[in-house]
Design a protein around this ligand. Sequence first.
Ligand SMILES: [Ca+2]
Ligand SMILES: [Ca+2]
Ligand SMILES: [Ca+2]
Ligand SMILES: [Ca+2]
Length: 411
Amino acid sequence: MTGPFRLANEVDTTGFGDTGMRLGDLDGDGELEAVFFQARDCHIPRMSAGGYRHEKQVHCVTAMKLDGDVMWQEGAPLGTGHWAMHEVGAAVSDIDGDGKQEIVYVTERDGRSYLRILEGDRGYFRKEVETGPNCVLQLCDIRGLGARRDILVSTFVNPIYIYADDLTCLWNCHFYGGAGHSHDFHDIDGDGKEEAFIGYCCVRADGLKVWWRPDLEPHLEEMTRAPHVDHLHVHDIDDDGRPELLMVAGKDLVVLDAATGEDRFIFEGTHIQTCAVGKFLPDMEGQQLFVTERRLHGDQAHIGFRGYLVDCKGNEIWRMEKAGYGRTLRLAGSEADVIFAECQGKKPTLIDGHGKIIQELDMPLHTYAEDRFDDGDTGVRALFEIADTNGDGKLELLGYNRTRLWHWVQD
Ligand SMILES: [Ca+2]
Ligand SMILES: [Ca+2]
Ligand SMILES: [Ca+2]
Ligand SMILES: [Ca+2]
């Protein structure tokens, strides 16, 4: 099916590829490079929290130009056997503010976990510090430097450490109610330092809570594990200049005023997993939310993937069965956002604000044996990034898994 995207090139990444990938301009030529992180569970699980055994330790880092040229590799590739992958604690960013990109990740040596920094252009070792066996790594600005140069690491639910870019520990092992797989950061009081949104808590740079909402626990995912908020996004969804907090709470979508934690609305579900925000219908007031539910009420099948388009007040506009997880994408020259949707067992699609499929991307559904892949939230058994990879101002799409990378461009 033709559409705005055309497959520009495909790269065989067998031996070093993985679903842990980050993008960055490592050599400063204005084009993005891919950095693959092969990771597996820590061989001595010590801090598995909330029923999750995700303690991914990076064993091999490979930097590659998007045409397939490998720039450098650090560590030993994991080979071609089975290893589970869910997420990985890694980032590519200018962490020290010198204008060049660094690679930041959690690795293992002699049964101990380390947070390590490499130089992006050549992979040279910069610095490391011992940390917990964590699989979540996010950058934030709790020091108020004007750039995200603080490094948060946590397990798939908690505990949480924050390090400065020189690896000084700023927070050591905080635990917050409802903490889940990712957190968000926003300066809500205007002092220049970002507050952290973790679980159902809003936390100041000094670690103290601004507000918390333990009464929201019935809206969180439990599923035999600790109640946790899957994901959090701070976003001004009604365009009034005051940000909302979107708690993709695992069961329901809970929307609060970010600064105070006061109720806005709750969009009820069974197992809501993702929420993409955009101007999908630009004639409507505010932004719209594309909300995806993984399991459905009374659904015998394991996977539902029903998508809902919801207005900024929480009213359903339309729904689509087997739509998949959505992300927001603005096509070149367009006034409206579209939804990039990925659904298990289907090719990824572009869906417009009226629920019309405008492109199905051409790629194989399975590119290698299923027993080589963890049956997690892996959709078409590839993950995707949306980025301006070549600096031409238009967005490109990247799909990638353990053995392949696809690169689609807009003409
Ligand atoms: Ca580059
Ligand atoms: Ca740097
Ligand atoms: Ca602040
Ligand atoms: Ca581009």
